[in-house]
Design a binder for this molecule. Structure first.
Ligand SMILES: [Zn+2]
Ligand SMILES: [Zn+2]
Length: 368
């Protein structure tokens, strides 16, 4: 029998930034520190990422909320386990001991054998529960409770490790894990293949490193409208970095056979480019959600016998593998840390395209 957790949970109140229906700014509130349920752990947040999804849910809040109700924002979290729910499964209690440095897998999978998604290895698309920070209370707070089965220990257990700072770990939960799952599981990228990454923002810059350094793609082509982003793409290992209008000529001029295209933008022009340049029998992976609908032309797609796949998030195994790869220096996510009280500024900056790196919010609040 494993010893029961006897640690006293922190009590009192905490600062938290909530989405409130009708408001397009995150609302600073003071709320009770949550109490973890039997299958949950309580985590002291060290860093929480800001994502374009946050921009979308806040913008929609004024008119047509994407997710009903009010909840604490933040679906990309890193922190320290501070207490266990009463009666937590002993295996989880051992794996996630109090004091451990952990990451929260953003897809809040139920992990039940009767779940159609979880029982078939599709935990990344289990929506039996709302996601943390996107319906359930999230990480833009001093503490967050999370289902133990969705919490992953950070290798080395050291928040001071410069390769695995809390900001980097928070970014790993989405900006690294989502392109990793898309390229590995949906794209089935194999060593030596040619991969094109369309969209070189936060996810794309990580996708280049994933394709090159983890999945061992032979040639990686980066595509973006912005010259600055193309320069970073080259720095992190893209063999070619081009604007969309130069893509087709480059691919044909160099006689590249494109095996896999990852579209991180998801608008008509990028989907057309992806299906246009991919080789016969190739794979196009859709991850970007830029347009509400896009059209696929059946004739050219069938004549190339294309596989068009969609990908969403990732699972705990993906997250663990991403953290291991970051620990080994195979991916170096770019993350800028900001005080959590600046979350509104960061949201505006992201909406206006002024933020190039991923931003992680640090929950340190001046004494009132
Ligand atoms: Zn996100
Ligand atoms: Zn499930």
């Amino acid at each position: 029998m494993a010893a029961q957790s006897t640690n006293a949970p922190p009590s009192g109140t905490m600062v938290a930034y909530r989405l409130v229906p009708g408001k397009t700014e995150p609302q600073r509130t003071v709320v009770p520190i949550p109490t973890p349920a039997a299958d949950e752990v309580l985590i002291k947040v060290l860093a929480a990422g800001v994502c374009h999804s946050d921009v979308h849910v806040l913008e929609a809040s004024a008119t047509q909320p994407i997710i009903p109700g009010s909840f604490i924002l933040g679906h990309e979290g890193a922190g320290i386990v501070v207490s266990h729910g009463e009666g937590l499964n002993p295996a989880h209690a051992r794996r996630l001991a109090v004091g451990m440095y952990v990451a929260i897998c953003l897809t809040n999978a139920c992990d039940r054998p009767e779940c159609d998604a979880c029982s078939r290895g599709l935990a990344n698309v289990c929506f039996e529960s709302l996601m943390i920070g996107l319906g359930m209370d999230g990480c833009w707070a001093e503490y967050v409770k999370a289902r133990a089965s969705t919490v992953v220990p950070v290798p080395g257990n050291n928040p001071q490790d410069p390769r695995l700072t809390p900001g980097i770990v928070a970014a790993a939960t989405d900006a690294v894990m989502s392109p990793y799952h898309a390229l590995k599981t949906a794209g089935e990228v194999k060593p030596g293949q040619t991969v094109v990454i369309i969209g070189c923002g936060g996810l794309g810059i990580n996708a280049i490193q994933i394709a090159k350094n983890i999945l061992r793609a032979g040639t990686v082509v980066a595509v973006d409208l912005r010259a600055d982003n193309l320069a970073i793409a080259r720095e992190v290992g893209a063999d070619h970095a081009v604007t969309p209008d130069a893509l087709l000529a480059m691919v044909t001029g160099r006689n590249l056979r494109v095996d896999v295209v990852l579209d991180l933008v998801g608008v008509q022009s990028t989907v057309d480019a992806a299906t246009g340049i991919v080789r016969v029998g190739g794979i196009v992976v859709l991850l970007g959600l830029g347009a509400p609908t896009v059209a696929i032309s059946p004739l050219p797609s069938t004549m190339k016998q294309l596989t068009i796949k969609a990908s969403f998030g990732g699972n705990c195994k993906d997250l663990q593998e991403c953290l291991d790869a970051i620990a080994q220096g195979k991916i170096r996510p770019q993350v800028e840390a900001r005080p959590m009280d600046e979350c509104s500024h960061v949201i505006h900056g992201l909406a206006e395209g002024k933020i190039r790196a991923r931003v992680a919010l640090i929950p340190q609040f001046p004494k009132q």
